[in-house]
Design a protein around this ligand. Structure first.
Ligand code: UDP
Length: 490
């Protein structure tokens, strides 16, 4: 009888938009295939995904065997943080960060309660909840890891953790470090990598996450096989890890792709109209995700670069960087809307999926956050890479050296984010890289062609019979088989 009940997956994403958004999309993807999905989160974080979830439910609930996605909203633990600090992105002091981590620990309680009261066939609990693996095991529910990055980046991290290649390299920020044991020769500058001597806490955190994922039922990836086949093979066969690639999740359903446009980005229609007036492929979109902030000097050079590039641009400016009087170069105000027509700046939430898929957009200056990277790949838009920290330097390598759909600005500063000595990238360099991916020329043409081809493959992956469609099916079969064998044993 049990077999007739749909599978039920509980998702507990980390409290930050870069984690919540792909989880909401992933839930939509499983729900469309008949899996009941519940997303557990706190009130402020629920607002980031509520409308995407509502739209997903409207579009396929009861339709072709689709299931509902439930949002289970639990209070944010009272740890003495000011209101509105419910996201890992909103914390400015170490004291607040410590409190936030305490809240993460306390969130085990509502998770446990949910699993005591409801049956789940699997939990996708974020690796930043350190208790996730143990809690799932105690409830006898398979745990799936999801770090929201590429198989390539996870392979690089694994190589780094197992070999610690920094130890044998000279203590010089420019020293070249090779990551051993990977399908390609992957080299980074020492300054682009996390140094375990300088950040023992981060190193231990990464080790813990890696170990947790190895102790889990397997790992989910927002990626698709055709994007990084050598690394999928490496991860599964050489490292022996169980991985299902189910992306690009942003394509889970069309309405969800708008991601709550009207609530999060009330002026979205205006931005799209602005783009409508521009020729195809003439606009560079510039955004650094939800976490990066720039110094005034960097903002000035970036503005100069956009101006020098001669291209139209849409530039998303983070709240922390919005004080234009501190950085705006002379004459820049004349270039941007409402006075000028070449550029549009967006302060606040940009409807990124809609912008990247607009025909006017021909390039993307990105920090290489994995969601943004995959969204650009899916839209067939070539990239100018400007990583800042974490997995972003690995993603840049994948973009520029493995799949070859972008060029870098030469960002070198993983460590300096912590040490506050970032090298400012000059406007000329930014303009040059934009020119390479968007203007006539052999290199740019090859990049654009490759980007278009990959975009087609990305969209095919989730169609019936596509690689990600099949991986979702395989995972569902395994969970169903596991349910049957547990029932037989009982
Ligand atoms: N995003 C968006 N509008 C914004 C900023 C971000 O839609 O103004 C979305 C973006 O499309 C992506 C996510 O937020 O899905 C950011 O994730 P990513 O991994 O690129 O970067 P992070 O913010 O985690 O560094």
């Amino acid at each position: 009888k049990d077999e007739q009940h749909p599978l039920h997956i509980l998702f507990f994403p980390f409290l930050a938009p870069g984690h919540l958004i792909p989880i909401a999309d992933m839930a939509a993807l499983f729900a469309a295939r008949g899996v009941r999905c519940t997303i557990l989160t706190t009130p402020v974080n629920a607002t980031v995904i509520r409308s995407a979830v509502d739209r997903a439910n409207d579009s396929f609930r009861g339709n072709n065997g689709g299931q509902a996605i439930d949002l289970a909203v639990v209070p944010f633990p009272d740890v003495g943080l000011p209101p509105g600090s419910e996201s890992g992105t909103a914390l400015s002091s170490q004291d607040d960060r410590d409190k936030f981590f305490l809240a993460l620990v306390r969130l085990r309680e509502p998770f446990d309660r949910f699993l005591s009261e409801h049956h789940a066939d699997a939990v996708v609990v974020d690796s930043f909840f350190k208790w996730g693996v143990d809690a799932a095991a105690e409830h006898g529910v398979p745990r799936l890891g999801f770090l929201g990055t590429s198989v390539f980046a996870r392979s690089c991290t694994n190589s780094m953790l197992c070999n610690n290649p920094l130890e044998a390299s000279p203590d010089d920020p420019d020293a070249i470090v090779t990551l051993p044991g990977l399908p390609h020769r992957v080299e980074l500058r020492r300054s682009q990598m996390m140094d375990p001597k300088k950040r023992p806490d981060h190193w231990e955190l990464l080790k813990g996450i890696n170990a947790a994922d190895q102790r889990s039922f397997g790992e989910l990836f927002n990626s698709f096989h055709e994007l990084e086949p050598d690394y999928v093979e490496h991860y599964r066969t050489t490292l022996g890890r169980r991985a299902w690639l189910v992306g690009p999740v942003a394509l889970a359903n069309k309405d969800a792709a708008a991601r709550g446009t009207s609530e999060l980005s009330p002026d979205a229609d205006g931005y799209l109209r602005w783009l409508d007036a521009k020729p195809d492929g003439s606009v560079v979109y510039v955004s650094f995700g939800t976490l990066s902030s720039f110094s005034s000097a960097e903002m000035r050079e970036l503005a100069r670069g956009l101006d020098l590039s001669g291209k139209n641009f849409v530039w998303v400016i983070n709240g922390a960087d919005a004080n234009a009087s501190e950085w705006m170069p002379e004459g820049f105000a004349e270039v941007i809307s409402p006075r000028g027509e070449r550029g549009l700046t967006i302060q606040g939430w940009a409807p990124q999926m809609l912008i990247l898929n607009h025909p006017a957009v021909g390039g993307f200056v990105t920090h290489c956050g994995w969601n943004s990277t995959l969204e650009a790949v899916t839209a067939g838009v070539p990239m100018v890479t400007w990583p800042r920290y974490a997995d972003q330097f690995y993603n840049e390598k994948l973009i520029t050296e493995v799949i070859k759909v972008g060029v870098g600005v030469g960002s070198m500063d993983f460590a300096s984010k912590l040490e506050n000595r970032r090298v400012v990238i000059g406007g000329e360099v930014v303009a040059g890289a934009i020119g390479t991916v968007m203007s006539a020329g052999e290199e740019g043409e090859a990049i654009r062609k490759k980007a278009t081809k990959l975009g087609v493959k990305a969209r095919g992956a989730l169609e019936k019979g596509g690689s990600s469609y099949d991986d979702v099916g395989r995972l569902m079969d395994e969970l169903m088989a596991r349910r049957s064998s547990v029932n037989v044993r009982q």
